[in-house]
Design a protein around this ligand. Structure first.
Ligand code: ZN
Length: 297
């Protein structure tokens, strides 16, 4: 029997279309696809209050090691180089700044930096490691200054947020004309495809093994969805490409065999995905994560 809120939860949270379709099952929950805007979303996304509580107090303990080191060093330096080739260095805002590694790198390259981070433990680490004073605020409570920033970065943040489109609208207003936003997220198409394939695997052990390498937070954000939502938010030119993989294998729950498999995938899969990107002239991005750059023209 349908629960009373099923109709609402089946609607697309972005474009409100009622024509969404069942996509696959994740942890006994339905994941749906909206053919209108190409958003793929978990039907049950939990309360915002619980999410905020988790990112404020639980996330750092689980993923702090990932934030603290330079596992994403190449990703940060590639993104900063890309931005600096197109925008004058000025003020850079990093949303979900973690322990401040990207900001410290940007500061060393001549940027004035501002960082927002909800976890107090991450803020302490940023202060201790890099002398950075991050804003320990939730995005809804933050003072989004209008037309202040030359660049805004969000690395592996947007698909964790209940309403990414609200944040993109705020970010657009906070950028100066000519400013740029950089977003990195898991590649929604690739992860959702593999989840769908794994849904068809009837042997639970194999299914579980495959899913360990996949990720869904609240949404799968696809390239087509980005083109729609960024245009709706007011952005002009958009550039989307495959992203570098992070270094290391920071997943504590992995066995030695799984860690070795992940290591091999991180080493060789980028070669294949770069080749496919070149052959299809950028039309097919199969890398596990994507880089999205958009300009406030
Ligand atoms: Zn939609």
């Amino acid at each position: 029997m349908n629960r009373p809120n099923d109709f609402i939860s089946r609607c697309c949270p972005y474009c409100k279309s009622i024509r969404t379709r069942w996509y696959y099952v994740f942890d006994n929950e339905t994941v749906r696809h909206c053919p209108e805007c190409n958003l793929i979303f978990r039907q049950e996304r939990g309360s915002e209050k619980k999410l905020v509580e988790y990112y404020r107090n639980g996330y750092y303990r689980e993923w702090g090691e990932d934030q603290e080191g330079y596992l994403r060093g190449t990703i940060y330096s590639d993104a900063l180089r890309f931005i600096e080739e197109r925008v004058e260095k000025g003020i850079l805002l990093d949303i979900g700044a973690g322990c401040g590694t990207l900001l410290a790198l940007a500061r060393d390259r001549g940027w004035n930096t501002v960082g927002q981070e909800i976890s107090l433990e991450s803020c302490h680490m940023a202060k201790e490691k890099y002398g950075l004073e991050l804003r320990n605020e939730y995005l809804r409570e933050m003072d989004w200054e209008v037309s202040r920033f030359d660049a805004i970065t969000m690395v592996n943040v947007l698909d964790h947020l209940p309403d990414p489109w609200w944040v993109l609208g705020k970010a657009f207003n906070a950028l100066k004309i000519g400013g740029i936003i950089y977003i990195r997220v898991p590649n929604g198409y690739i992860h959702s495809w593999f989840y769908r394939i794994s849904d068809a695997i009837l042997i639970p052990f194999l299914k579980e093994k495959m899913r360990k390498f996949l990720v869904i937070h609240l949404y799968h954000l696809t390239t087509r969805f980005f083109k729609r939502v960024l245009k709706d938010s007011g952005f002009g030119s958009i550039i989307i490409s495959g992203s570098e993989v992070s270094r290391g294998t920071p997943y504590l729950s992995f066995t030695r065999g799984e860690t070795l498999w992940l290591f091999m995938m991180k080493k060789y899969f980028p070669i294949l995905s770069n080749l496919i990107y070149k052959i299809t002239k950028g039309r097919l991005i199969v890398s596990p994560s994507i880089n999205v750059y958009a300009f406030k023209d």
